[in-house]
Design a protein around this ligand. Structure first.
Ligand code: SF4
Length: 421
């Protein structure tokens, strides 16, 4: 038996907000700036404490907007958000929607499981929680599918006024700069510290506004590449900004790193402060894994419809996995490095099995390649087309399928990648 290892020393105080007067001053400056400069966003009109807090049947606006905003830009989300809230303003209405309707409205927004889980969660609130939304971050995260720590904090603070912090990509950037945190900002140790900090900073009298203000600062001022430090309402509390101003030639003790090698929040000793980067030294991330390359053969099967207009065959994807439940042209994942001739033959075999009649590989017309980047997949669609005479009956044991006109295709729950095809 040896001597028990000593617990690691807590990181130095410079990486936190330990002075209550400074916390108070930062809250005041940030909220005053937010009141002056906040963007006019539709969920803010509906989403302040009051609407869903006072009318529990309403679908909390912040819930919908936050789920849509994961991985998607504000400008894109606005239109989807407005259509969603018009169609399903209450928890009950959303609970009664079908997955097909949800996918149709979500089409083009990407990461389709988000919409599906939002609808499942509304169903759960209605059927298992007597229609009452949980109101604390802890309960929201525990009880609702698809609601993680961030979304739970956002709903609890913005919709229901709980004094709880939030940490998203914008908040990570702002806090890492304010407290010169240069360790890998995606590591659990750093993320835990940032949550602690967000919970200390949040203003208990206006928690929802404070959290939105911190995120808004990251989205509009403390942006990734060229932050507007001159206009920043909290620059006097920002260590990255002070360090940029004073730089290396005039070292000031409290803007230097804590010490080489033993501070879990400072930049690694091998990658010290780079004065050419200024405040964008922070945050730092470990290198990302490159996306996986995939090739998929896709066939646009076309026939003449009853009024002479062309119709196209679409089939439904399985109900789990990538693009679950969405519709697409008949497609077949291909092994990498297949020869073109072999790709074409494999696709013809697959179509033949589908339609129960011979399909000659030569009859498939090569149209071109379409590249689409999913978050972790670099997908190349190899696109063919085939014109059919007469009717085609697909084996009903296979995936659901249907013939659609071009307009119907665009109105169906199809992914952006298929629209490109
Ligand atoms: Fe971000 Fe600059 Fe403001 Fe610091 S001073 S929080 S780096 S915008």
């Amino acid at each position: 038996a040896g001597v028990p290892a000593a617990a690691p020393a807590p990181p130095p105080a410079r990486h936190f907000f330990s002075d209550p007067a400074e916390v108070e001053a930062l809250r005041g400056s940030l909220l005053a700036w937010y009141d002056r400069c906040k963007r006019d966003l539709p969920w803010r009109a509906l989403g302040g404490v009051g609407a869903s807090a006072l009318t529990p049947a309403l679908l909390p606006a912040v819930w919908v907007s936050e789920i849509m905003l994961q991985q998607t830009q504000v400008a894109t989300v606005i239109d989807y958000y407005n259509r969603w809230m018009q169609k399903w303003p209450t928890l009950q209405a959303l609970a009664q929607a079908s997955l097909e309707e949800v996918n149709e409205l979500w089409a083009g927004l990407g990461y389709y499981s988000r919409g599906k889980r939002l609808q499942e969660a509304a169903r759960k609130v209605v059927s298992e929680l007597a229609g009452r939304m949980p109101r604390t971050a802890e309960d929201l995260q525990k009880l609702l599918p698809g609601v993680g720590r961030y979304t739970a904090g956002a709903i609890a603070s913005i919709s229901y006024g709980q004094a709880t912090g939030v940490v998203d990509g914008n908040v990570i950037r702002v806090l890492c700069r304010l407290r010169s945190i240069g360790a890998d900002s995606s590591s659990p140790a750093v993320i835990d510290r940032l949550w602690d900090m967000a919970n200390v900073l949040v203003d208990s009298s206006r928690p929802g506004d404070f959290n939105q203000a911190l995120m808004e600062l990251g989205a509009t001022v403390c942006v990734p590449k060229a932050p507007l430090c001159g206009e920043c309402p909290v620059k006097q509390h920002c260590q990255a900004w002070r360090r940029k101003l004073f730089g290396k030639p005039h070292p000031v003790p409290d803007i230097e790193d804590c010490g080489v090698g033993d501070c879990p929040l400072c930049p690694p000793a091998t990658e010290p402060w780079d004065s050419s980067l200024g405040v964008t030294n922070f945050p730092r991330k470990a290198a990302k894994k490159p996306p996986r390359a995939m090739r998929t053969a896709t066939c646009v099967l076309q026939r003449r419809g009853c009024h002479g207009a062309p119709e196209y065959l679409i089939v439904q994807r399985p109900s789990s996995g990538l693009l679950a439940g969405l519709w697409e042209f008949p497609s077949l994942p291909l092994a990498q490095d297949l020869q073109e001739k072999k790709e074409r033959e494999e696709l013809a075999d697959q179509l033949q099995a589908w339609m129960g009649r011979p399909v000659a590989a030569k009859g498939l017309q090569f149209i071109g390649e379409v590249i689409h980047i999913f978050s972790h997949i670099h997908q190349t669609y190899v696109v063919y087309s085939l014109h059919l005479d007469g009717d085609v009956t697909l084996d009903p044991a296979l995936s659901p399928s249907r013939w659609v006109t071009e307009d119907e295709f665009h109105a169906s729950a199809v992914s952006t990648a298929m629209k490109k095809v």
